[in-house]
Design a protein around this ligand. Structure first.
Ligand SMILES: [Mn+2]
Length: 308
């Protein structure tokens, strides 16, 4: 009998922070047991314009003993594929821990359905740049003249719909920016980490948008500036992330990237970590169709974010 415990612990300086419960640590060999035999073709990941402001909802979550921990890549409204992946992994809500890397919404067919499903299952998702954009739309909805780029965006419509479903909107507002998994010496974030920094000391913009690190040491959302953060990351934890459909499944020393471009007709992938011993597996299901065209455009600047 396994007991899943969820606790929130408030730390004065950092807001909600994580304190591990007594639980064994499991060392999962990098890349071992990979079942994903095909890497998706190069895709252009979605980009979202967000502010660099640190949202007030920053928090960490403490999850106790679980049979397994299943961590799912970028969903973008692909509810049917989430359901298929949960069937493939034989997910058992009463014993398994279910985690998502963010970007649950936009581009795909059923953003509301995905959020309803995840909240009903008690899944935890870190916030992606597309959730951050929903929050930005909500803030701007109180303005006399909201920016036209937001009014014209898909996110504006999603935000308006979600706000008529209070429990679903609450789920979006309370998504953390990072999630520590001490049992696996891992941290889950949407886009990546700045080498040498703790997620507690990174901005929402950096956690949800980083692709590269510039010579100044700053995070950049651009892929053609500086070096990929994964090349510079030296721990201490392993980073489990999404956001980079173009590179697809990324398994390296100290990181696992899980965005395999489902909404672009690729796959939806999950890292399945065992609860006792052994290696993690990556399992995936194919997209039912190609839901979104890939739009190539310049990356948003750090200070004047784009709208989509
Ligand atoms: Mn993203």
């Amino acid at each position: 009998m396994f007991l899943v415990m969820v606790c929130l612990v408030l730390q004065p300086s950092l807001g909600w922070s994580l304190v591990p419960l007594a639980s064994p640590r499991f060392d999962v060999a990098q890349g071992a047991g990979m079942r994903l035999d095909t890497i998706v073709s190069p895709r252009q990941p979605g980009r979202g314009g967000i502010t660099r402001r640190n949202p007030a909802h920053r928090r960490g979550i403490c999850l106790g003993m679980a049979e397994r921990t299943i961590i799912v890549g970028d969903v973008h409204g692909c509810r049917e594929e989430v359901e298929a992946l949960l069937r493939l992994t034989r997910y058992k809500p009463e014993v398994d821990r279910l985690v998502f890397v963010g970007d649950l919404v936009a581009k795909g067919p059923d953003s509301l359905g995905v959020l309803r499903l995840l909240s009903s299952l008690g899944a935890t998702s870190v916030s992606g740049n597309h959730e951050q954009k929903l929050l930005r739309c909500a803030r701007q909805s109180r303005a006399l003249f909201p920016p036209i780029e937001l009014l014209d965006s898909e996110h504006w419509g999603i935000m308006k719909e979600l706000r008529t479903k209070p429990h679903v909107w609450k789920y979006v507002k309370e998504m953390p920016l990072y999630l520590h998994l001490p049992d696996y010496d891992s941290v889950v974030v949407h886009a990546g980490m700045l080498p040498g920094k703790r997620p507690e000391h990174m901005s929402a913009f950096d956690l949800t948008m980083i692709r590269t690190v510039m010579e100044t040491g700053e995070a950049s959302p651009r892929k053609d500036a500086g070096k990929p953060w994964t090349e510079l990351w030296d721990g201490p934890e392993r980073v489990i992330f999404g956001h980079d459909a173009e590179k697809g499944l990324q398994v390296g020393k100290g990181f696992i990237g899980l965005d395999t471009g489902c909404v672009y007709g690729g796959k939806l992938s999950a890292l399945v970590l065992p609860g006792k011993s052994g290696n993690g597996d990556v399992m995936s299901v194919p997209a039912h169709r190609n839901y979104a065209a890939i739009v190539k455009r310049p990356a948003p600047s750090r200070n004047r974010p784009r709208s989509s």
